[in-house]
Design a protein around this ligand. Sequence first.
Ligand SMILES: [Zn+2]
Length: 594
Amino acid sequence: MPVKTEWDLKRYFYESLDDPKFQSDLADVLPKVREFARKWSEKLKRVGTPEELATFIEEEQTLSESISKPAYYVSYLESLDTQNSRVLKAQGEIDVMFIEAGNLLLFVSQAWKEIGYDRLLEWSKSPALAGHANAVVHTAESIKRILGEKEEYVLNVKSRPLGTAGALHDELVGALEFEIEEDGEKKILTDAEIRALRESPSREIRKKAFESIAAAYLQKPVQIALGASYSGILKNWSSNLTLRGYSSVMEPRNVSEELENEVVELLLSEVKRAYPLFPRYLKAKKKLLGLDSLKNYDVFAPLSTSETPCGLEEGLALHLQTMKDFDAEFHDYSIQIFESGRVDAFPKKGKKGGAFASYSKNSESFVLLNYTGKLLDVPTLSHELGHAIHGKLSQIQNGSVFDSPLCLAETASIFSEMLLSEKIRERLDEKDYAGFLSNEISDAFSTIFRQIQYVSFEKRAHEAVHSGKELTYHDYNQMWREEQLAMSADAVEYELPASEEFGWSSIPHVFNSPFYCYAYSFGHLLVLALYQRYQETGKSFVEGYKDILRAGGSVRPKELLAKYGFDISRPEFYRLGLSILEKKVEEFEALAYN
Ligand SMILES: [Zn+2]
């Protein structure tokens, strides 16, 4: 098949930034938003029937699709060339434009509030709103917490300095420099570069990388600033809880993630119950690494540096074979996205690192990879193509309920990776397989366990501040170490004393999106449970699985999964996923101790 390895943006967007169509689409953004605001700013509050509300929602979707095309185009150009000043300038202009558009649309949430929680819930059951029901319910839930127009105005004005607390974290951390000595030469590395060295095969380099990160974060002014800014965030969150009447510190996040409070509590307690798997894995890893003691800088050590080559053509063939065995639509879509120029496969100068898939209602999925020609690049390919097909399958939903909540958004991606891992396994010798399995388990611990460790820390810190305690970085350091020990038990020897445990201060989500991390954990456990079901039931599983993907964000996760026999309010659901992880740990132990 004629595979294209670069994005064909001309086919889907514009000729270039100079294309008159691009210029005119861009120039139309704000006038279109103004026109929409003029039409609806008074009318929306007086909407009296579900039919009228449906008209509003549909027009809002049409507007958002019609203004987003130039924005997507520029963001894709930027991903291909992050250094291009012309593109960066266009991006800057678009950012400003969208902030203004957001301001013009501020009337929407107040108008929803005037329609009122009870009426919205009632209307959400009407046939006129059938295709938007979950969006209406979700909005009703969030407006329950919106105060009056005057109060919201005061809060908005007063919140401006508080908004800078998270930004301070990013700016300060972004300015840190990491010094390291390599071959007798001192080098200054960026955050991403120094973090990558924590996975170096050389123990000495890993140790130095950790020491360098610690030295940067443990500068007293840095600790004070990050501690004070975190306390500011906690206090702001706490006053929001009080003013808006939430019952627990995590509830605002649970509302936005569409998960019930009890479900999230159950997720936390079930994962903690399984914590002992982590030290078991680490002890086996220590054995395979041939170490007497496992230091904190050995946790991410690679077991084998598998450089097994695998060109793109071969990697794609492996992915296609995997999908063919699973489902024809997954297979055909993977070919089609490559043939039509929507995968940008190879690293290029200035191109964004890592990999992503991007999709939205009524637009095609695009995938960016940095394929370097190793077997270990193939899981990333399968992961991102999984996202892409999820975006394709949920096109049957309306724009208002197209996006799945984060806890469902990684379903197709991780599931595709798991399917592929069976195929990869056949190609590796025992040593490389141990390394591959170790990576796979380590990734699962990172998404399932470590995210819960973060959230447990956050919960303690938030609850303490919400109950009126004053905390400083000394307290956060101590709490972080306690949460680390809960997970790693006696398997890790920490170099730093608890009083210097700065780890929490290096995690952007802790500052910018409190409690967000648990959704990763939930999502990964869900995939393990689905995978287990697939193993048990085979082909008959596939249509139900695709229905879950097709549902997008149209049904709350609890109801959606219940339809397919997964009760997320029961411990068994979490234990099903965790039992697969346990089996993998057992397999890994067998490799270590036999
Ligand atoms: Zn992903």
